[in-house]
Design a protein around this ligand. Structure first.
Ligand code: GUN
Ligand code: FE
Length: 416
């Protein structure tokens, strides 16, 4: 099947660079990009074209860190720091997902909202529940969201109604893995964070990661209280990252959310291993974790992508999260003098840097899967003069409403 889109194409082939093709064409065959350029090539002449007129054709968003069960507590508990927030709101909320009917209702809505906001690739935390995690994967698949989902592992420091034993956790993880058969949503191992996982559980997960060649996600150096606690739990580890490395969980492609308090040595360990830092600006400000040194991470060769981290983050919209990334970096800039992240830089992090995790290329690169959205900015305030495509992109990111997103394509399929 051939898809041909016509409109104003913008994408981010490199960090800090926006490429614009006014009134261009984009073609995909069986979901793989075959052409991006100014004129329609000969072989496509006469085929149906989806003509988006003056609208913007952009890459969809990739959200590399969010907690699906926390969708129901969005905008709550925002006056608490991380560890109190987990104990007061989060574990209790996640425990509700033992109820499959409740999970179905919530996850159906979440999956549809993600598409409505133009997010087509995700890496998610579920809860500890095997059934609810399958339900989440099913609902994402049905809505057209692609990526990775993890059944959460935690066998210590939670509440009695929301904790597994080490044996249960490993047994359930294997049962869950054996029942994953989804075309676009794959499993990722998910030790919640070091304080939630005994050494035995971490070792078991490390073994599974190796034996089944599975990716891993967790949290790293988010909050000062958490970092101090990890030091107490692992006095033999000089730094937080070593508590994952010790058990084979620190490897190429491991996703680590936050990295707010990662020092130079921890950043170097990330760059060397090929660990990906997932920056969650909204969450870091909301629960007073700090502002991550994003530019420093990038300059030191760490691969950085963005996450909404709902419900530490309060915005599901990745356009909003791109803007919050810029805003957080400006606060850091005003305090330290370090240069802030520009619109093209933050947009790259929210699109290309994330899509690359799933095998995407640099922007709309040929051979990559079609993950795109069409933005209609005509309902935004009337501009005083004709705007360049870059200006329209900037304004759309800052002012994005769900209604601005006219169409969404995920893995080549139109899903909105
Ligand atoms: N660290 C461990 N669990 C969580 C969580 O659910 N959210 C955030 N922001 N940090 C965590
Ligand atoms: Fe998180």
């Amino acid at each position: 099947m051939t898809t041909i889109l016509h409109g104003n194409i913008l994408h981010a082939p490199r960090f800090g660079e926006v490429s614009a093709i006014p009134k261009g064409y984009l073609a995909a065959e069986d979901g793989a990009l075959t052409y991006v350029g100014e004129t329609l090539p000969e072989q496509y002449q006469g085929l149906p074209v989806e003509d988006w007129g003056d609208r913007l054709i952009l890459p969809s968003f990739a959200d590399l860190h969010l907690h699906a069960p926390q969708y129901v507590m969005l905008g709550m508990g925002m006056d608490l720091p991380l560890l109190d927030w987990l104990n007061t709101y989060t574990f209790r909320t996640e425990a509700r997902f033992a109820d499959g009917d409740f999970a179905r209702k919530v996850y159906r809505k979440l999956a549809r909202e993600l598409i409505a906001w133009g997010t087509t690739r995700v890496v998610m935390f579920s809860s500890i529940h095997t059934e609810a995690t399958w339900i989440l994967m099913e609902e994402l698949e049905a809505a057209g969201v692609t990526g990775y989902v993890g059944k959460v592992n935690m066998d210590r420091n939670s509440s009695p109604d929301y904790q597994e034993t080490c044996e249960e956790s490993l047994r359930e993880t294997e049962r869950w893995l054996d029942g994953c058969h989804f075309a676009h949503v794959r499993p990722i191992l998910t030790p919640r964070f070091t304080p939630s996982c005994s050494d035995g559980l971490m070792a078991g997960l490390g073994k599974l990661a190796r034996e089944r060649n599975l990716p891993v996600q967790s949290h790293l150096s988010e909050n000062r209280g958490e970092v101090a606690w990890v030091k107490e739990l692992h006095p033999d580890c000089g730094r937080y990252w070593e508590t994952y490395a010790k058990f084979g969980l620190w490897k190429k492609g491991t996703l680590m959310a936050h990295c707010v308090h990662s020092d130079q040595a921890e950043q170097a360990a990330m760059a060397e291993a090929g660990v990906v830092a997932v920056h969650c600006a909204a969450s870091n400000v909301n629960i007073c974790s700090g502002t991550a040194p994003v530019r420093q991470l990038v300059d030191r060769g760490v691969w950085v992508a963005l996450g909404s981290d709902i419900a530490g983050g309060d915005q599901l919209s990745m356009a909003a999260n791109v803007v919050l990334t810029i805003r957080a970096s400006k606060v850091k800039a005003m305090e330290t003098g370090a240069p802030f992240l520009t619109v093209p830089e933050a947009w790259y992090l929210g699109t290309t840097a994330g899509h690359r995790y799933f095998g995407g290329g640099e922007g709309f690169a040929l051979g990559g899967r079609l993950h795109a959205m069409v933005v209609d900015d005509s309902a935004l305030p009337p501009p005083a003069r004709e705007l360049s495509l870059q200006e329209r992109l900037e304004r759309s990111l800052y002012l994005m409403e769900k209604d601005c997103i006219a169409a969404v394509y995920s893995d080549g399929r139109r899903v909105k």
